[in-house]
Design a protein around this ligand. Structure first.
Ligand SMILES: [Zn+2]
Ligand SMILES: [Zn+2]
Length: 199
């Protein structure tokens, strides 16, 4: 098995490498905001039939962009929301990060991980957590699962980032200032409402 998993936007202008280590968590999130993000970008291949997004959480220091980093942009659904990163070239959702880089993790969105020879199960293991199920589409809601182990893994990821200031190695943030590499756009109330209601 390769120890690198390739990341790429749909058109291939933005590319990166993810170093595979044991610290990872794979979940499906059905929450309203995770549904609104790809709807706003008009990226219909992100959500499954119940509105879930397959997300891989890894330490940001395991990720490096190898090409096209200037194509990265980010938006926030609300002034306090997560930073939701995407490629400007082809509007591929890339991942979500907390706005504070000291909370060091990134949730990568499956569409940028399905490049050439990529097998998500082989690199990241199966989905082990389902969250935000109340917002899932349809009457037959998925069952929430894996919360305790999932939260424990997220805590381990963040704790690792704290050791020796490792959180500073994060390709989404400037290493000196800790500011996002591009300023986030915050959706207006009407943009947010239309992204949330487009179901
Ligand atoms: Zn692209
Ligand atoms: Zn979510």
């Amino acid at each position: 098995m390769s120890h690198i998993h390739k990341l790429r936007c749909r058109c291939g202008q933005l590319r990166g490498d993810i170093r595979l280590t044991g610290l990872r968590n794979r979940c499906v999130c059905y929450c309203t905001d995770c549904q609104a993000f790809p709807r706003h970008l008009r990226a219909p291949d992100v959500l499954d039939s119940r509105g879930g997004t397959d997300i891989v959480q890894v330490p940001p220091s395991n990720l490096s962009f190898t090409q096209g980093v200037e194509k990265l942009a980010c938006l926030r659904l609300s002034p306090k929301g997560l930073l939701r990163w995407y490629s400007t070239c082809c509007k591929t959702p890339i991942g979500n990060t907390p706005a504070d880089w000291r909370i060091s993790f990134v949730g990568l969105i499956h569409v940028c991980l399905r490049g050439e020879d990529s097998n998500l199960d082989a690199s990241f293991g199966p989905v082990s957590m389902r969250v935000g199920v109340k917002a899932a589409l349809g009457d037959d809601k998925p069952v929430a699962s894996g919360l305790i182990t999932g939260v424990a893994k997220a805590v381990a990821l963040i704790a690792r980032g704290r050791v020796g200031g490792r959180y500073r190695a994060n390709p989404f943030f400037e290493p000196d200032s800790g500011l996002p590499i591009t300023s986030p756009t915050v959706l207006s109330a009407s943009e947010r409402a239309s992204a949330r209601n487009a179901a």
